[in-house]
Design a protein around this ligand. Structure first.
Ligand code: GRG
Length: 289
């Protein structure tokens, strides 16, 4: 029988959502406005890809979802903080995210900034309590100036410029791929992965992370507000540097496909336990939102 990805995703999304519900402060707990703003964006219907990658990374080396669920939630909180801040007028100035008005459009800029800050802080509180020092260090690096923030800085500074392929890849690897790779690695680390298994998972994570952002660039060209939950075509309007702009749509698609195949090849030594990551690789390539 073939692997049932829809069921796998639905089960893990439910577990992640139930855990997030427990970890986030109640919306009427003071200071209520910021708690409401945090919940507004977290429960706006994201795909929960990063937490599911934490879980799949653990399962691929014999670990369990229960052990890594708080760490999985921490990744979703960091990701949601980055989306709230990315949408602010000072950055991408977007009106829609996850099919809803962006956080600052509803709560105002000050509360949106604080809600993002609070999600990041809560993520590290969860890691401190439930993960390990090693995982905390890796997440700090992946989310910080040598990872996601570094990529975001380069992205902003490259707007409207013509950059070389190396800079483009730097932006995508840091802005997006670093956290995706770290999600897989963190699950595997917490599940006690052997060094060779960790290497395989890291390599797969790098390929999947870059593929994810290239597909994101393609969807920005080909998608719609209804399908994406955010305004399509915004990369071009903001003169962002993207793979389709640099290499064309078809070459970008081929590049993403080849990265997906490389990720699957890297996973081969892990055997059937890596089947969920394998299926997630196809999902990343085929996704429409
Ligand atoms: C503000 C520090 C800081 C960083 C921002 C991640 C990021 C860097 C910006 C978000 C904007 C963007 C389009 C990023 C690239 C790809 C990406 C992260 C898309 C959104 O992720 P999905 O598709 O979203 O997993 P959902 O809503 O499904 O969780």
């Amino acid at each position: 029988m073939s692997f049932d990805l829809d069921r796998y995703l639905a089960d893990r999304r439910r577990a992640v959502d139930e855990a997030l519900e427990r970890y986030l402060p109640a919306k009427d707990a003071p200071p209520a406005t910021v708690h409401e703003a945090m919940r507004y964006s977290v429960f706006a219907g994201g795909k929960r890809l990063r937490p599911i990658l934490v879980i799949a990374g653990a399962e691929a080396v014999g670990g369990t979802m229960e052990r890594v669920l708080p760490t999985a939630c921490a990744f979703e909180l960091i990701h949601t903080y980055s989306l709230i801040h990315d949408d602010l007028p000072a950055m991408d100035d977007d009106d829609y995210r996850r099919g809803r008005l962006t956080n600052h459009k509803v709560f105002g800029e000050a509360i949106a900034i604080l809600a993002g800050d609070a999600l990041l802080t809560l993520a590290f509180a969860l890691l401190a309590e439930h993960a390990s020092l090693e995982v905390m260090k890796e997440v700090s690096r992946a989310a910080g100036t040598f990872g996601m923030i570094g990529g975001q800085v380069a992205d902003i500074q490259s707007e409207g410029k013509s950059v070389d392929a190396e800079t483009l890849e730097y932006i995508h690897r840091h802005k997006t791929a670093a956290l995706i790779r770290c999600a897989l690695r963190s699950g595997a680390l917490l599940a006690g992965a052997a060094p060779s298994a960790l290497r395989a998972i890291s390599e797969a994570g790098s390929h999947l992370g870059l593929a994810f952002q290239i597909v994101d660039d393609i969807l920005d060209v080909e998608g719609s507000l209804e399908a994406l939950g955010k305004t399509a075509g915004s990369d071009r309007r903001k003169k962002k540097v993207t793979y389709p702009d640099h290499f064309g749509l078809e070459a970008s698609r081929l590049k993403a496909k080849s990265l997906i195949e490389d990720a699957k090849a890297a996973l081969a030594p892990l055997g059937p336990r890596a089947e969920p990551i394998w299926a997630l690789a196809d999902f990343i390539f085929q996704r429409k939102s």
